[in-house]
Structures are given as structure tokens and as C-alpha cells.
Design a protein around this ligand. Structure first.
Ligand SMILES: [Zn+2]
Length: 396
């Protein structure tokens, strides 16, 4: 499975992945998912928001199931593991359960959420946010990529009808429990020497847009004192982001800019910058954003906000115990499991050690042995969650 996915959407020059929602590489990944499901005799469905599901058993007839999976799309020049590791291990864990003759007492599902990274249309976790109704369908349809293509048009071109986007109770009802496995996006597991960990919570986080206005003029003939250069305000804002984040124990990043007219020999007329800020507490994040806006002399327009997510404590503790006292750690990255947890689904996450700690980059990595440990951990967890009543495994 891993070898089949490796070449899909990989940029030859950078070695990074460009699997952006509804673009050709993403469609190839979607075909791969459907083929893997069919190969195993699972029932494949695509919900109203484009998320793919593969079921062993019938969640409509036999009640809500246990679902595992992640996403297949990537950030620009992303790594191989963020997302796909959770989907590949989901299928592999299901294979292990079958090899071991496990008869699930509840339906078991594999999911691939659509457009988790938001790389193309700007909003992360679009598939799960639409599913749970926290993203408005009309707003989603009108989201536009850098080429001016709307999400609506992109879905239509991919053969998916965007007319029925929005909260999908029929699909949500099928999900009793969700366990998402993900490559770790930091070095906490390296530090404690464990291949697999369990998530405790997701830091509150959001994205803001700053529009900095100035006056376009000649880079050579305009005297310094006559300039109104928005790039200087940007520089001040970026430095303020770093300083304020340090002060509040948060993180803040300006990683995306739109500069007009974007000429080497022109003072810009405007700079649009996007700020990503995250912290352990909402108040810290809000303080950082306010201080950055203040330094920029511009409003910070909120494009998305995700409150703190605390994963179901009982499920979290049960998983950690099942995995022999696996470390429990928070993360500063958003995930579909967090969106579903926020919507009241019993959700949990497993992390697989990433020796570089680097993510959203081709340097992202997980050793084969650790990936295999992830499959084993997922199989143990799924076996327990779908054990016939009274037959749950005794926590190790
Ligand atoms: Zn991810």
C-alpha cells in the first residue's frame, strides 16, 4: 500500500507532496482508497461532503461503528506520512484483525477525510467541518483557490455534486467511536523513547488575515522619507508575532503572503499576510493575535478558529492502558479527530514517533518498525473497541 501511494503527487524537484483537494493527485489517492476497500470486500461510500468511508459490517443495520483513518491530501511540499500513515495503518490493522480471526461485535469503518490540510482553499479540515456543520455550506462552496477556481467548481469537475454540502447526520450517526492514527509532528515521543503515544488534547488555534496597505512606487527614484511601504509594517508584525508568542508560551507563524504588485523594483501597494497562532489557552492565542495586529496597524480578520479539544478522557486512558502505559501527550496541530470530538463523537488519536520531529516537509519521517508498531497498536485498540461484551482485552 505504501509503495503504491509513494509516487502519487510527488514533486520531482523537492521530493515533497502536492496532493491538494480535488486536484489530479488527490483524485488518484481517492481511487486508491476505493480500490483498497473493494479489494477487502468493504462497502465504499462517499458522503455528501466528499469524505470516503469503507465499512466492514453495516452501521445502518447494526448501530454505530468504530472508525479509524485520517486523510490523504497534503500541504504544498508535504511529507509522505502526514495523513496517509493513518489511512494505510487503518487498512493494515483491519487485515491483522482478520488474520487473527477477530469477529467485530460492531461495524468497523475506515475513513479518509477530504481536504484536511486546506492547502488549496484555505480552510483546514474542510471535510470534517462540513460533516459536523461547523463550516457553512455556502461559504465552503464559494472558497476559491489561487487560480480562481471555487471549491464548488473543483468538486463538480471531479464528479462530486457540491449541492448537498453541509452537516450530515446520517453519516455522523454511523460513527460511534473514531480513532485517528497520525505521524507525530514534534519530538515528544523521541524524547521519551516510545514508538506510539496517545493524544490528550489539541491546542486552540486559528488563522487570521492582515491587509497592509501602502503606496506603490519606484524602488529607485522614491526617496526613503517619501515612501509608504507596507512591507515594513509586515516586518514589524512578523517580529511582534515571534516576541508575543514567546511571551505567552504560544507559537505564531506568518507563512503565506500575497504582495502587490510583487515586483523586485517596486515598493508594494499592499501586502496581505496570513497569521497562524496556537497556544495552550485561548487567552494566550488571542493576546498574540491582538499584539500582532497592533504592531501591523491593521485588523486581524479571523478566517478560522478551532477551540481547544480535549479527547474523551475515558477512551484516552483506556487506549493508553491497552498499549502498556503509552505516553499521553498534547499536540498543537489540528486534526479531523479533533473536529469530530468537538461535535460530541467519542474520538481519540494515536501518534507514531517521528525521528526528525519535522512535519509538513519532505523531511517528515517514521521508521518502518514504528509504523508496524502503529499498526499493531491500532489493531489492539480496534479489537478491544469491537470485542463482544465481556470479552474486552485486559489492559496491559
Ligand atoms: Zn494530518
Amino acid at each position: 500500500m505504501w509503495a503504491d501511494l509513494l509516487p502519487v503527487g510527488r514533486d520531482a524537484a523537492t521530493g515533497g507532496y502536492r496532493r491538494h483537494a480535488w486536484a489530479p493527485a488527490d483524485l488518484t489517492c481517492r481511487e486508491w482508497f476505493a480500490a483498497e476497500a473493494v479489494r477487502r470486500g468493504l462497502d465504499v461510500t462517499v458522503d455528501r461532503n466528499g469524505n470516503q468511508w469503507a465499512w466492514w459490517g453495516d452501521p445502518d443495520a447494526d448501530g454505530p461503528g468504530v472508525v479509524t483513518g485520517s486523510h490523504l491530501d497534503s500541504v504544498p511540499d508535504g511529507g509522505a506520512y502526514d495523513g496517509p500513515l493513518g489511512v494505510v495503518t487503518a487498512f493494515a490493522a483491519l487485515d491483522l484483525l482478520r488474520e487473527r480471526g477477530h469477529q467485530p461485535s460492531r461495524p468497523l469503518g475506515v475513513v479518509s477525510f477530504t481536504d484536511e490540510e486546506g492547502a488549496r482553499f484555505g480552510i483546514a479540515c474542510t471535510g470534517s467541518r462540513l460533516l459536523t456543520g461547523v463550516l457553512d455550506a455556502d461559504r465552503a462552496r464559494s472558497l476559491t483557490d489561487a487560480d480562481g477556481t471555487t471549491l464548488s467548481d473543483a468538486m463538480t469537475a471531479a464528479g462530486q455534486d457540491p449541492a448537498h454540502l453541509g452537516r450530515d447526520d446520517e453519516t455522523l450517526r454511523r460513527v460511534g467511536t473514531l480513532v485517528e492514527l497520525h505521524v507525530e509532528q514534534g519530538r515528544a515521543l523521541v524524547d521519551v523513547g516510545a514508538p506510539v503515544g496517545v493524544a490528550s488534547s489539541i491546542w486552540p488555534h486559528g488563522r487570521w488575515r492582515l491587509d497592509l496597505m501602502g503606496e506603490a512606487n519606484h524602488a529607485g527614484t522614491t526617496r526613503l522619507e517619501d515612501r509608504d511601504d507596507p512591507m515594513l509594517r509586515l516586518a514589524t508584525a512578523v517580529l511582534a508575532a515571534r516576541e508575543s508568542a514567546t511571551e505567552h508560551g504560544a507559537v505564531a507563524t506568518v507563512g503565506r503572503l500575497a504582495v502587490h504588485p510583487n515586483g523586485t523594483n517596486a515598493i508594494p501597494s499592499s501586502v496581505r499576510a496570513w497569521l497562524d497562532a496556537r497556544g495552550a489557552a485561548e487567552a494566550d492565542v488571542r493576546a498574540v493575535v491582538a499584539e500582532v495586529a497592533d504592531a501591523a496597524g491593521a485588523a486581524a480578520v479571523e478566517e478560522s478558529w478551532t477551540p481547544e479539544v480535549t479527547f474523551a478522557p475515558q477512551l484516552r486512558d483506556r487506549l493508553a492502558a491497552l498499549l502498556g502505559g503509552a505516553p499521553v501527550l498534547p499536540t498543537a496541530a489540528g486534526h479531523d479527530a479533533g473536529i469530530l470530538a468537538d461535535a460530541g463523537v467519542d474520538a481519540a488519536m494515536l501518534f507514531v514517533r517521528n525521528p526528525t520531529g519535522i512535519s509538513h516537509s519532505p523531511a517528515e519521517h517514521a521508521e518502518d518498525d514504528d509504523c508496524a508498531a502503529g499498526v499493531e497498536a491500532l489493531a489492539v485498540v480496534l479489537a478491544d473497541l469491537t470485542a463482544p461484551a465481556g470479552n474486552e482485552a485486559a489492559p496491559a
